[in-house]
Every structure is written in C-alpha cells, then in structure tokens.
Design a protein around this ligand. Structure first.
Ligand code: SF4
Length: 364
C-alpha cells in the first residue's frame, strides 16, 4: 500500500523498458523485492507521493513501453488499463451491478457475467461508487500490436478477441494448412492436444482425411516449454502425452500442432507415435516458424534455443524425425485472424518488433 491507499495489481504482459525504469528508481532510493516488472509500476506510483493515487498511476502508465493489461484495486476503485499497442486482450464484464475485468471473455462466462466490451488499447477504465469512467492515455503509437499467438495458442478457444472467435480462427488455420501443405499419403489426421486439436479438425475437414484423437493429454501437467530445465521438460512431455496404439498402428499420420518452440515436444511426440506402430508421421504446424523471442509477456526461450531459428526446414524435419514437416505462412495466419495486418503483432515469426524494440527507454 502507498501512504494514501492500499493497492492490488494483476498484470498480464511484459514491459520492454522495465530495466531502465528500475535503475532509475533504484537511483532514487527504491528497493525492489522481486524481479517482476509489475513492481516497477508500483514504485513509479509510490515515487509521486504529492499526487492522488489515480493521477500517479496515469502518469506512471505514460512512461511504460511494452505490454500491460492491468486490473488494479486502487483504494475503493477498480481500475483496468491496457497498453496503447494492445498486445494482450482485456475485457470489461458485468453481472447485475458487479463489474469484472478479465483477460479473456471465457472467464466472464464462468461467473455468469456478460461481456460489456473490450477495453481499447491505451484506455484506462475506472470503476467506483460514481460509476464507470474511461480515460485515454496520451500515447499515440504508430500501429497496434495485438498478439497473433493468442489466437494460435495462448487464449482459450471459448474466448472472443477483437470480435473474432478463437475457435473459429484456429479451425481456419487448420483449413489453410491443409491447402498449403496437403499430405497425399495420409490415412488419418490427429491434433496435438490441446492447442493443435481445433486446427487438426480444420485440416481434416478441408482435406477430407478422417480425424482421430490418437494422443491423450494428461490435463494435470502444465505447459512444457516454460518448464525450467531440459530434464524436467523431457519428463514433462512423457507425463503429458500418451498415444493410443490401436488408433495409430499401421497408419500414415498427419499430426497438427500449434507451434514448434524448442522442438523437444515435437521430437518426443513423433517417436512416441512411431513406437505405437505408425508407418509415417507428417507434422503440420498451424503457425509460421517461431524464430524470434517474445518481449511482450510470453516466456519463450532465447533465439539460440528456438529450433526454427537454429535450423532450416529440412534440418528441423530431420531433427524431430518427421517424414515431412510444413508450416503455414504469415500471410495465412493474418488472413485467418481476419484483422488488419497493421494491428497484429507477429514479431516472434518476423522479428518485426515495436518501434525501438526491447531497447526502448523513455526519458523521465
Ligand atoms: S512476439 Fe509473438 S508471442 Fe509475443 S506478442 Fe508478438 S505475436 Fe505475441
């Protein structure tokens, strides 16, 4: 809490100028208790004791670069703020006289609230006893950067982002993949659970090859690529996925997955499917190759660890042991998302980061 009121904050995203701001604040005597960049926001507020907390927050937000979708309690007010680039989604919901702030619309369904609207990039919403107020941050970005990967992998399929159903986009990605990379030998299409499943349904629908669920995911194990060590990651894949021999034996299998990050999961999955007696395994990826790290809140590895940054397609195909490997293009991805290219971030595929990239440091 500050001298004026208690504060609680939930932050989705990563600030690209957090390090610079942290150094500056430390030079002014701030003592940080964590490595999270969310703490930078709190120190920025605390270092403006002469202002009301809301004004201090607004002045702090103007100094931030990168991704932040925030839900905050500021005294007796609920505040939501979304960065001017619009990296991460943020929605306002309502049930009777209760307001909700959520990253995704699916969370509102859970509590029986309806979606009021998306919080706009660069918008701050203040909810208090006197109603709901909206403020615009005085930051004008050259373009928007809504995360394409939310549609590919991160968001839940039962969510709607920028008016687009995540489920519908994933299925369309699968259809586009089937057109771009058909597989004549295929006897069945399957999806890597869970995020490849919907795209694999689209692939099966478009190609006319039957869909089978052939790999079962253990729902109690987390996402493997953000596990800390390689030993834990390998173990994670084994615990996470179990193929069904009866479905796979003697078959030429098209496996659709959402992405290849380090390549560990893909390699393990192919060897598991082959050990169940599958003749051929053809891998189809419903995103372009991930060649660049994300600086906006997704904990992807460094460039040297990214499989598609280290190897070309043929090398990667060999490395993971696939009979063939193909991706969709960035153009396909943008078409499936259906939003203007200038409003979508594809930096982890293209390296096209926001202006100034991760080096950007504002003047204070
Ligand atoms: S770099 Fe990739 S994961 Fe990160 S915000 Fe952009 S599209 Fe999303």
């Amino acid at each position: 809490s500050t001298s004026k009121c208690p504060i609680a904050v939930a932050h989705n995203g990563n600030l690209t100028n957090a390090q610079g701001l942290k150094l500056l604040l430390q030079n002014r005597g701030a003592i940080f208790h964590s490595t999270t960049d969310t703490e930078v926001i709190l120190h920025l507020i605390a270092h403006q004791p002469h202002k009301q907390p809301l004004d201090a927050l607004l002045d702090s937000l103007v100094r931030l670069r990168g991704a932040y979708s925030l839900a905050m309690i500021l005294g007796n007010r609920l505040v939501a703020a979304r960065d001017p680039w619009g990296f991460r989604p943020l929605v306002l919901g309502r049930r009777e006289n209760i307001h909700y702030i959520s990253s995704e619309t699916c969370a509102l369904n859970l509590v029986g609230a309806s979606v009021v609207r998306e919080i706009e990039p660069g918008e701050v919403i203040i909810i208090g006893d006197d109603g709901v107020h909206s403020i615009r941050l005085p930051v004008e970005p050259k373009r928007r950067f809504g995360c394409a990967f939310e549609f590919v992998y991160f968001a839940r399929p039962d969510s709607v982002i920028s008016g687009r159903s995540v489920y519908a986009v994933r299925k369309e990605l699968g259809r586009k993949l089937a057109k771009r990379a058909p597989c004549r030998e295929a006897s069945l299409v399957t999806g890597m659970p869970d995020s490849g499943t919907i795209a694999s349904l689209g692939y099966a629908e478009e190609s006319g090859v039957p869909y089978e669920q052939s790999v079962v995911r253990n729902r109690y194990v987390g996402r493997t690529f953000i596990e800390p060590t390689s030993r834990v990651r390998h173990l994670g894949v084994r615990i996470k996925l179990n193929p069904i021999t009866e479905v796979l034996q003697g078959k030429n299998v098209v496996v659709v997955d959402d992405s290849i990050v380090r390549g560990t999961t893909c390699e393990r999955m192919i060897s598991m499917i082959k050990s169940c007696g599958a003749n051929q395994v053809h891998v189809r990826i419903s995103s372009p190759p991930v060649r660049f790290p994300c600086y906006y809140g997704i904990d992807t590895p460094t460039r040297v660890e990214l499989a598609a940054a280290r190897m070309n397609l043929q090398q990667l195909e060999q490395e993971v042991g696939a009979d063939s490997l193909a991706y969709i293009t960035e153009e396909d991805l943008l078409e499936a998302i259906g939003l203007p290219a200038q409003s979508v971030c594809t930096a982890c595929f293209s390296g096209d980061y926001m202006e100034g990239g991760e080096e950007y440091e504002p003047q204070l």
